[in-house]
Design a protein around this ligand. Structure first.
Ligand code: GDD
Ligand code: MG
Length: 372
């Protein structure tokens, strides 16, 4: 029996406008709030109790997951009056743990989709007698992450969060956002102030010769913090490239949720998910995309690797590639939106008002459109 702390208090700035009204961990990924996948995997690994460390839009979590009985979990919600950073959040949540000082506590970033064997990380931690064990993964470009070099015995030798210079890029191993702490180590994190586990707690532990293990595991791993990663993670779940006990349908090319309507002459592929109450019209092609509940995609629209927000509309014949359409926004007919464009919540793009040739940064219309 294991307890876990789930870090879910971040603002999800890189996913705006999707995160303007919904915290990143609650955005639907493969048809269910992202955390459902993490909670189901944790439960399968023998976790029985999870403390949510919330801050941004904190009140939205409990209505989704309640007491956790659906997952076979006991859930506890803790809210920081002011965001305490990752380390401060862990320390604050620890007041609600029930285990003893020598027990392992799992700590998870709330935006990681991975195939990690959580039970093996915990059991290896216990057997090693380490103070902290970190899941590490390898990425081609580590600059957006915490770099974690290890020695021949797997002991962490440094922790370099978000390296700024080429000299700092000493490894392709990064912090994958899943830790096992021996409970007593958490209790020593200073209480009642902002602490970064990455910039303060881990470097301090290394400075005091604590045993910090890095466990490199090259299983599927994705941080869902950007629009591109968000659509990829959802599509990979739908296509079964990473498994989740919480997937609400069979693995396949597309997932159409109950209450959605997809015209028989529309084509869905690449792991597209169409949410409840959404409509996709005849001749539309939707590939590798997330169509959120209540959205409407008109006939002959082409939507690739994009997110169409709740109750947003994409007009007939419009083309979207790697675009985020905010909740309630309207993309009129015949638009060609350039990759990277984000259409603000409730914005309205008139018919044929944006063409491919416009650079994303010059598409002011996307953010100044009149509200409905
Ligand atoms: N409760 C609480 N309070 N949670 C927070 C706070 C806070 O003040 N700040 C961030 N979080 C949560 C976020 O919700 C997220 O689940 C997690 O902490 C990590 O924050 P991100 O904003 O996603 O950080 P990141 O992706 O830039 O970097 C982190 O994750 C990388 C792996 O994806 C770091 O841990 C890196 O070292 C790591 O490589
Ligand atoms: Mg992240």
């Amino acid at each position: 029996m294991t307890e876990a702390i789930l870090l879910v208090g971040g603002q999800g700035t890189r996913l705006r406008p999707l995160t303007s009204h919904t915290p990143k961990p609650l955005l639907p990924v493969a048809g269910v709030p992202f955390l459902a996948h993490q909670l189901a995997r944790a439960a399968a690994a023998g976790v029985h109790r999870v403390v949510f460390a919330t801050s941004y839009l904190a009140e939205l979590f409990e209505p989704h997951f309640g007491d956790g009985a659906v997952f076979g979990l006991d859930l506890v919600y803790v809210t920081e009056a002011e965001p305490l950073g990752t380390g401060g959040a862990i320390r604050n949540a620890a007041d609600h743990l029930t285990c003893g000082p020598d027990e392992p506590v799992l700590v998870l970033n709330g935006d990681i989709l991975s195939g990690l064997d959580i039970a093996a990380l915990r059991d290896g931690h216990r057997a090693s007698g380490a103070d902290v064990s970190l899941h590490l993964t390898r990425v081609a470009d580590p600059r957006a992450f915490g770099l974690v070099p290890t020695d021949a015995d797997g002991r962490v030798t440094a922790f370099l969060e978000k390296p700024q210079t080429p000299e700092e890029i000493v490894t392709d191993q990064i912090n994958a956002g899943a830790y096992v702490f021996t409970r007593a180590v958490i209790d020593r994190i200073p209480a009642g102030r902002v602490v970064s586990v990455e910039r303060e707690t881990f470097p301090d532990l290394l400075a005091t010769d604590a045993v910090v293990r890095g466990v490199v595991d090259d299983t599927y791993w994705l941080d869902l913090g950007t629009p591109a990663a968000f659509v990829k993670g959802s599509a990979d779940l739908v296509r079964g490239r990473v498994s989740s006990p919480a997937l609400p349908g069979p693995v396949g090319d597309a997932l159409v949720l109950d209450g959605a309507f997809v015209d028989p002459l529309a084509v869905l592929s690449g792991g597209t998910v169409v949410g409840a109450g959404a409509v996709v019209g005849a001749g539309a092609v939707v590939e590798g995309s997330v169509v959120l509940p209540g959205a409407r995609i008109a006939g002959r629209a082409l939507v690739h690797h994009s997110v169409v927000g709740r109750h947003a509309e994409v007009g007939a014949g419009s083309r979207l590639d790697s675009v985020v359409v905010g909740d309630g926004a309207v993309v009129g007919a015949g638009n060609e939106l350039p990759a990277g464009l984000r259409v603000g919540c409730g914005a309205v793009l008139a018919d044929e008002s944006v063409r491919m040739s416009a650079a994303p940064s010059t598409c002011a219309a996307a953010h100044v459109g009149a509200r409905r």
